[in-house]
Structure formats: C-alpha cells, structure tokens
Design a protein. Structure first.
Length: 226
C-alpha cells in the first residue's frame, strides 16, 4: 500500500524525514520552470542539481535518491518514497526509461506502480515498452506491478490478454489486474485462450487454479463465442 507524504512523516525517524525533505526538494527542482524531462548529463538548477557519476557523465541528484530510498527510509516504505519522487520530478518517458534500464527489480517495480500517477506522459502510452518488458520477465513483483491501471488503459487487447495469461502462468493473483472485470467480460478470444490453458493443465495432471476459473467465467459472460 502506498503511503502519503503525511503518513511517511509520521512513520519515519528524524534522519529519514530530513533525507526525504531534501530528496523531494531536489526532485521538485528538476520539475521547475524550463527544466522539463532533462536527460542525464544536463546541468540543473540549485535544487535540481546534478552530480558527476562514473560512466554516466552527470546524474540528477534526485535520481540518486530514488535508488537510495530503500536503504535510507526502509524497504517497507521504498515504494511510497520512490513514487513521491517520480511525481515531484514530473518524470517523463526518457527519465523513466533511463531509471528502469539501470534500476534494480525493486526500483523497477516502484516505477511501474507510479505510472498511472504521472499524468504528463506524452504520448500517453509512452511508457508501454517498460510495461511490456516487465511482462516478459518471470519476476512476480514486476508482473503484478505491470498489470495495474496504466496497462489497463494503454495495452491493446492482444497484449492485455497475454498479460492476464502471464499472471496465471506465474501465479500472480489476478486481483492485481486493473479493470479486469470490464476488460475480460464477454471476451470470447480470451475465453478460448483460458480454456486451452486449463486443458493443458488437466492433461498434465495439474489442478486448474481458482483464478483461471474466475477469469474464464468473466470472459464467458455475454460472449457469443464461449
């Protein structure tokens, strides 16, 4: 569950609160007038400053804080802190792609969770390659984060069906799939794909998971091709 800034202030100790204040100030500076979605290596304002980084030229300070969040604020709060940093910075597609490419699984998960909160992404589906990459992994943390509201809004029908199947393959609870009931309802092609998957499991002597039965029932509702 993501926590607000106010909730974090009540939970963090003095040192972590001070670190978060400085990190958010740096991120907000990166989103200041004229800064936009600056690439790594660009100079910054006093609050959106950059620092030399071996092999990368210079890196915005807030991006370094993004990576430090788990260590400085605790792993239980890392997602919340990272989402706050991304939104404060107004991170665009270029920044998200850079952070995703060099990030750990935990950092990538937070980035995926943040996508529906970053309303300024242009074009609106600009971060889909990150969602698609996460769905190609077998990391259940990334798969669960990838099928959130951003995927529900922007994945095309074919890709969304395969995302649902990916959840079933990897054991991700389908409750993680945003807008599942609306998108699955009456989807005859999804129903066929799920029925094939169920048949494969039965032939292999494996039980059909309840989530599969649940989604199959949704996909069969009002479908003329069940």
């Amino acid at each position: 569950m993501l926590r607000s800034r106010e909730e974090l202030d009540a939970l963090l100790d003095d040192s972590a609160r001070a670190w978060l204040d400085a990190a958010l100030t740096s991120a907000a500076g990166a989103n200041g007038p004229g800064n936009g979605d600056r690439p790594a290596g660009a100079s910054g304002t006093a609050t959106g400053a950059t620092v030399p980084t071996p092999g990368r030229g210079t890196t915005p300070v807030w991006e370094l804080r993004f990576a430090e969040a788990g260590r400085l604020c605790g792993q239980e709060h890392a997602d919340s802190v990272r989402v706050l940093l991304l939104t404060a910075a107004g991170a665009g597609a270029d920044t998200l792609t850079r952070l995703y490419a060099r990030g750990t699984a935990a950092e990538r998960r937070a980035l995926l969770i943040a996508l529906p909160r970053l309303g300024g992404l242009t074009p609106p589906g600009a971060a889909l390659p990150l969602v698609e990459d996460a769905l190609r992994t077998n990391d259940t943390r990334l798969v669960a984060a990838a099928v959130g509201p951003y995927a529900a809004e922007h994945l095309d029908t074919h890709a969304w069906r395969h995302a649902v199947l990916k959840c079933l393959f990897t054991g991700v609870d389908v409750d993680a799939v945003a807008d599942l009931e609306r998108r699955a309802a009456g989807d005859g092609e999804l129903a066929r794909m799920l029925a094939d998957f169920a048949a494969e499991r039965t032939a292999a002597g494996r039980a059909t998971p309840p989530d599969l039965i649940r989604v199959l029932a949704l996909a069969g509702e009002h479908s003329e091709e069940s």
